[in-house]
Design a protein around this ligand. Structure first.
Ligand code: ADP
Ligand code: ZN
Length: 215
């Protein structure tokens, strides 16, 4: 098992890859975006605070996200390994994560950096649909549900994320470039970066990731 971070621009396939790796390694998949979406849906105080940022494609303030992730990483099921999807997203978050994991004696092993062209990512996100119940990800053209609007796996309703509209997606790329892309250098310097091609199918990306990990 590994302690892994999945890095990459919006739409690169972090969530899809993390789900697959989570099954393969039997390790918890920790997605900050999913934690926010669940809290927003349930109307919790955290959800209400996060919504004003996520809807606009802005980052939720560091201190909120760091608290959530460190609390989650204190849970027993993460002791052997985990997949961090969507965190860290700023250099400050990365530094705090490193400090926290070093204090536990469980440093990050590797950082998978999913690489893909921006136009492809735009098309992926604008067509993306997500199941309300189980979170499975579809695409209206490349991976449609069998029945329109209904999840193949659980029969739940699929929907378009509020932040998957064209304008918000463009803004999320700008935020990624200015705030998250510096992490590539940060983890390269730490000797942990593994660049992986994210432009193919989910199966291609999984294969490329496992071979980069030497599994
Ligand atoms: P994607 O990777 O497709 O952009 P996510 O589901 O990971 O989407 O995140 C959705 C939104 O949740 C982000 O645009 C941001 O507002 C918020 N968010 C998720 N993770 C973080 C984080 N680590 N720091 C700050 N905001 C975050
Ligand atoms: Zn479903």
């Amino acid at each position: 098992m590994y302690r892994l971070i999945l890095l990459g621009p919006p739409g690169a396939g972090k969530g899809t890859l993390a789900s697959a790796l989570s099954v393969k390694f039997n390790a918890p998949h920790i997605s900050t975006g999913s934690i926010f979406r669940r809290n927003i849906k349930e109307g919790t105080p955290l959800g209400m605070r996060a919504k004003e940022f996520t809807d606009r494609g802005e980052l939720v303030p560091d201190e909120i996200v760091i608290d959530i992730v460190t609390a989650r990483l204190k849970e027993e099921d993460t002791a052997e390994g985990f997949l961090l999807d969507g965190f860290p997203r700023t250099v400050h978050q990365a530094e705090e994560l490193d400090r926290f994991l070093e204090s536990l004696g469980r440093p990050i092993d590797k950082v998978i950096d999913l690489v893909a062209d921006e136009e492809l990512l735009m098309q992926r996100m604008i067509g993306r649909r997500v199941c309300k119940s189980c979170g499975k990800i579809y695409h209206v053209i490349t991976m449609p549900t069998k029945r329109e609007g209904i999840c193949d796996v659980c029969g739940g309703e699929t929907y378009q994320r509020a932040d998957d509209t064209e304008e918000t997606v463009r803004h999320r790329f700008e935020v990624y470039q200015s705030q998250t892309a510096p992490l590539i250098e940060y983890y390269r310097n730490a000797g942990k970066l593994l660049p992986v091609d994210g432009s193919g199918t989910p199966e291609d990306t999984l294969k490329a990731t496992l071979s980069a990990l030497g599994v």
